[in-house]
Ligand binder design. Structure first.
Ligand code: CP
Length: 306
């Protein structure tokens, strides 16, 4: 396996299957022992140009538990971006203040651009509707932990498959594991052709549905997503589709015993709260797994774990 020290993580396809597995193995070690002062001399910058709860706070918790210092912002309104400073200049400055940059930005391609400007590694914490590779890594961790394997699973991806960056990254990653994909969405929010082509290129099968009930008996993982109001150019279209895929506890009769429900969160109404009490709900543990996976990524990229 190649060394991850100094590498950027912009798209899930930047890492190989062997590298995913290595990160998951390191994350397992951190889950057993999350507080280790191995980054005492490091500074991690978290630059969030777009709102976040889990990604920013779990990155900061991960870095803090490893002894690193955190700098950054959660609202560009308090920075010189407001005075018209370019992303180029912001990244040039922050890379001289830190050892690693974690960035979320609403513009697709902005993280790749930042990695070309930066003198320190950049981790993409979400760039518009494009990619969210660290979410994908924690999704892989959660799937392996709940199913005991990543191989030969039936994965149903439900909801906003058009704008949902997490489902794009996860589909591409799971193409390495002989997955059968089930894409459930209204017509307006279907999985983009480019992502479906990744599945076809891997000689795997995908099936498309508009009714979530059809996939409940076959799925090992049901990966729910929020219909993202903020990505719609036309809010009338959002209103038309926002309630099209809702999962309730009553609908789970007949699911497999091993089936688990994932969601990158935040949820709005697509999983009703009665599902939370069922043995199939795993989304809050999934978010907790994000700390261990982000510890593994930070430690590997900063060269203190191989
Ligand atoms: N899953 C996720 O990206 O959540 P946040 O938007 O809260 O970071």
């Amino acid at each position: 396996m190649s060394n991850l020290k100094g590498r950027n993580l912009i798209s899930i396809t930047d890492f190989t299957k062997e590298e995913y597995i290595r990160i998951l193995d390191i994350a397992e070690e951190f889950e057993k022992n999350p507080k280790q002062a191995i980054l005492n001399d490091k500074v991690v910058a978290t630059l969030f140009f777009e709102p976040s709860t889990r990604t920013r706070l779990s990155f900061e918790s991960a870095a803090n538990q490893l002894g690193a210092r955190i700098i950054g912002f959660s609202d560009p309104g308090g920075t010189s971006v407001q005075k018209g400073e370019s992303l180029h200049d912001t990244i040039t400055m922050v890379s001289s203040y830190s050892d690693l940059i974690v960035m979320r930005n609403p513009r697709e391609g902005s993280s790749r651009y930042a990695s070309e400007v930066s003198t320190v590694p950049v981790i993409n914490a979400g760039d518009g509707a494009n990619q969210h590779p660290t979410q994908c890594m924690l999704d892989l961790y959660s799937i392996r932990k709940t199913q005991g394997t990543l191989d030969n699973l039936n994965i149903a991806l439900v909801g906003d498959l058009k704008y949902g960056r997490t489902v794009h990254s996860l589909t591409q990653a799971m193409c390495n594991f002989n997955t059968t994909f089930h894409f459930v969405s209204p017509d307006e929010l279907k999985m983009p052709e480019s992502v479906k082509m990744s599945v076809r290129n891997a000689n795997l099968n995908y099936y498309e549905y508009s009714d979530i009930n059809e996939i409940i008996p076959v799925a090992d993982i049901i990966y729910m997503t929020r219909v993202q109001r903020e990505r719609f150019p036309d809010l009338i279209e959002y209103e038309r589709v926002k309630d099209s895929c809702i999962l309730t506890a009553n609908m789970l009769k007949g699911c497999k015993d091993n089936m688990r429900i994932l969601h990158p969160l935040p949820r709005v109404n697509e999983i009703t709260t009665d599902v939370d009490k069922t043995p199939y709900a795993y989304y809050f543990q999934q978010a907790q797994n994000g700390v261990y996976v982000r510890q593994a990524l930070i430690a590997a990229i900063l060269g203190v774990r191989k």
